[in-house]
Design a protein around this ligand. Structure first.
Ligand SMILES: C[S@@+](CC[C@H](N)C(=O)[O-])C[C@H]1O[C@@H](n2cnc3c(N)ncnc32)[C@H](O)[C@@H]1O
Length: 362
């Protein structure tokens, strides 16, 4: 399979998009734990770290991690849990650059611990995975080349780990190109291939990873497709907690929803989301509104908490769900009522039952 070295040139637009999303998620994730006294440590693992920056000095994932930690410490003063960072890179030249880049960061982050390793991903993962245990909040960034490093056993280890979110990159275009030759590495089926094209490939690939979530485990996956020329790549996000996926989706929707391009050929500028009107709504929102409407009217979703989780599972924000419910009131399908659909409402001990006209709740 072809290998590319993105560090020989300045980062291109698609790499900047990927790293921007990583930065934005870190910026949301770090503050959740910085004042959490029930956590012993905050740990960021970057298993495919690269040299730290590109040839022009633009920040790669290692520098982004340092910058975001510095930012959160400056804003919050004294931190409670210990922050630990882990960077792995197997290429010796890049590892040398990574080591000097990290060394330069240490003096301005005296309370943060840094571990660097030059190893193949799987050996690094075996070595570091015991450190993810205990009472740590972990974020794993897995910026692989290609498609084949995130195996079923790696994926299942991560998803079964509490307080461990991940973001991994996958060259989904390769799945569409190599089809069955790649089925050993990625959980795609023949049915997936029958629906797959160059545009929707990452959506389908990211969704396929649900098959690797052990039965009965409550887990949330998100995805973001990135176009580079004729090819589509993307990120897969995972969290065992609604707040994790909620934050990822907020970051993703600021960047266009589940793609940085017009994935459904809607002809809409996806970055102008607050301006969407009824006739300029992306397909993804329209489809969700229709599904939510049926699920509520058929009483498959009974409460505000059901609706919140349904929206997260469908890659949508609580705000989209509130809009869809309000439309049901406006067109008099449901009686007038206020809908509290949000993470804060989900956290409350009691769920609010959605009222219907026939008087019954069910
Ligand atoms: C897409 S780049 C990562 C870029 C990095 N996140 C950044 O922001 O600059 C992938 C990196 O992983 C390294 N790599 C590729 N295969 C690897 C493996 N099996 N184990 C560890 N590192 C690997 C490559 O040398 C490359 O630097």
């Amino acid at each position: 399979m072809p290998k590319r070295n993105l560090h020989l040139k300045p980062f291109d637009e698609s790499t900047c998009e990927k790293l921007g999303l990583y930065r934005d998620y870190l910026r949301e994730w770090l503050p959740v734990f910085i004042h959490n006294q029930y956590i012993d440590s905050i740990q960021v693992f970057d298993f495919f770290a690269g040299p730290g920056k590109d040839v022009d000095g633009s920040s790669g994932s290692p520098l982004i991690t340092c910058e975001e930690i510095r930012q959160v410490q400056n804003l919050n003063g004294k931190q409670y849990p210990k922050i630990r960072t882990f960077f792995n890179e197997y290429n010796s030249t890049k590892f040398k650059d990574l080591s000097s880049c990290i060394n330069e960061q240490k003096s301005s982050l005296p309370e943060v611990s840094f571990t660097t390793m030059q190893n193949d991903f799987h050996s690094a993962f075996e070595q570091w995975k015991p450190l993810m245990n205990g009472n740590a909040a972990n974020l794993l960034f897995l910026d692989q080349n290609g498609v084949n490093q995130i195996t079923k056993s790696v994926f299942q280890y991560i998803v079964q780990h509490p307080k461990t979110d991940f973001l991994f990159f996958i060259s989904s275009a390769m799945v569409n190109r190599f089809k069955k030759k790649i089925q050993d590495y990625v959980p795609v089926t023949d049915e997936d291939f029958s629906r797959m094209n160059g545009t929707n490939v990452h959506r389908i690939v990211a969704d396929a990873y649900r098959r690797w979530i052990p039965l009965g485990l409550e887990y949330y996956l998100g995805s973001f497709s990135i176009r580079k020329g004729p090819n589509v790549y993307g990120l897969v996000f995972g969290s065992g907690h609604p707040l994790g996926i909620d934050k990822f989706l907020k970051v993703a929707w600021k960047r266009g929803g589940d793609a940085n391009f017009d994935i459904d050929r809607d002809g809409i500028d996806r970055k102008q989301l607050p301006l969407f009107q009824e006739y300029g709504k992306p397909t993804k929102i329209k489809v969700f509104e229709k599904e939510l409407r049926s699920a509520v009217l058929e009483r498959r979703l009974m409460t505000n908490k059901d609706v919140y989780i349904f929206s997260l599972q469908n890659g949508m924000l609580a705000a989209h769900a509130r809009d869809a419910l309000k439309m049901l009131v406006e067109d008099k399908t449901l009686p007038k009522q206020t809908f509290h659909v949000s993470y804060d409402a989900w956290k409350k001990p009691n769920a609010e039952i959605i009222r219907h006209f026939n008087g019954g709740h069910s």
